[in-house]
Design a protein around this ligand. Structure first.
Ligand code: NAP
Length: 229
């Protein structure tokens, strides 16, 4: 456990399948973790005690105000319900996807010209949004972590507009057991969304890089070359 992870508090909004897996992985990596569902702490306290021991169940407001970094792990269709004002100045990791079976048919979330993370960034103009943890199923996230440099280690695609934030999120992805692959700008996160070749991907970094390279250039965003590592 590094000093950096000990000092960093990662908050998670959403205490469902992905939120609890991420809480467990982050705790194992040495982070302090706060997690909330949509309602009272008492509704999730037992779940967190059992599924993510060491994480602190709390309210969404406290997650937003007391965390250094906040992960969005709630249904995308509900993103307008997150405490926007309390997230001012915070690095926000968007793990959400448009899933019509859950979110309903929503034309506002389904525009092929804009990534859903850009919509989240528009809603959070004073936060910095990075896409990560969205394309891999929660069971693969749960079972996939491996130590750095282990052969066959799986990778997670990351997209964002700020180099320092991409570095921070890459460090988190690495700390929880996956190779980070920066695919490009927030617009480029379309290449990680449902409907893309990479959605559902449980692959190594080279496979993810190959798929990104095949993604139509016009949809990849200008930062794709600069931000790749
Ligand atoms: N399932 C996967 O394999 C997977 C993988 C990667 C990414 N994702 C994405 O991750 C997100 C969550 O998926 P999931 O499968 O974990 O869903 P889930 O099991 O249904 O959990 C959703 C959680 O979000 C909470 N929530 C709703 N509104 C909230 C708010 N305003 N503040 C805080 N929490 C709120 C819910 O709380 P209540 O119960 O109190 O409403 C619930 O705890 C989705 O966008 C999904 O597309 C899913």
């Amino acid at each position: 456990m590094s000093t950096e992870t000990q000092q960093t508090t990662v908050g998670i909004l959403g205490a469902g399948k992905v939120g609890t897996v991420l809480a467990r992985l982050l705790i194992a990596a040495g982070y302090r973790v706060l997690i909330a569902g949509s309602g009272a702490t008492s509704k999730i306290a037992l779940t967190i005690e059992v599924l993510a021991p060491g994480a602190t169940a709390t309210t969404a407001d406290e997650v937003a105000s007391d965390s250094d970094i906040v992960i969005l792990a709630l249904p995308l269709g509900k993103f307008h319900t997150i405490p926007r004002d309390l997230l001012r100045g915070t690095l926000v990791i968007d793990a959400m996807n448009y899933w019509w079976e859950i979110d309903g048919i929503r034309d506002d979330l389904n525009d092929p010209r804009i990534s859903t993370s850009e919509l989240v960034q528009e809603f959070l103009p004073e936060s910095r949004v990075v896409k990560a943890f969205n394309h891999m199923g929660y069971h693969d996230l749960d079972e996939g972590p491996k130590a750095e440099a282990t052969p066959g280690r799986k990778a997670l695609g990351i997209a964002g507009d700020n180099a320092a934030d991409l570095e921070t999120v890459s460090a988190i992805v690495n700390a929880v057991g996956f190779d980070p692959v920066v695919v490009g700008s927030l617009r480029t996160s379309i290449s990680l969304e449902p409907g893309s070749e990479l959605f559902g991907a449980n692959f190594t970094a080279d496979v993810i890089r190959d798929a990104v390279d095949r993604f139509p250039l016009s949809e990849r965003g200008q930062l794709v070359t600069a931000a790749r590592q």
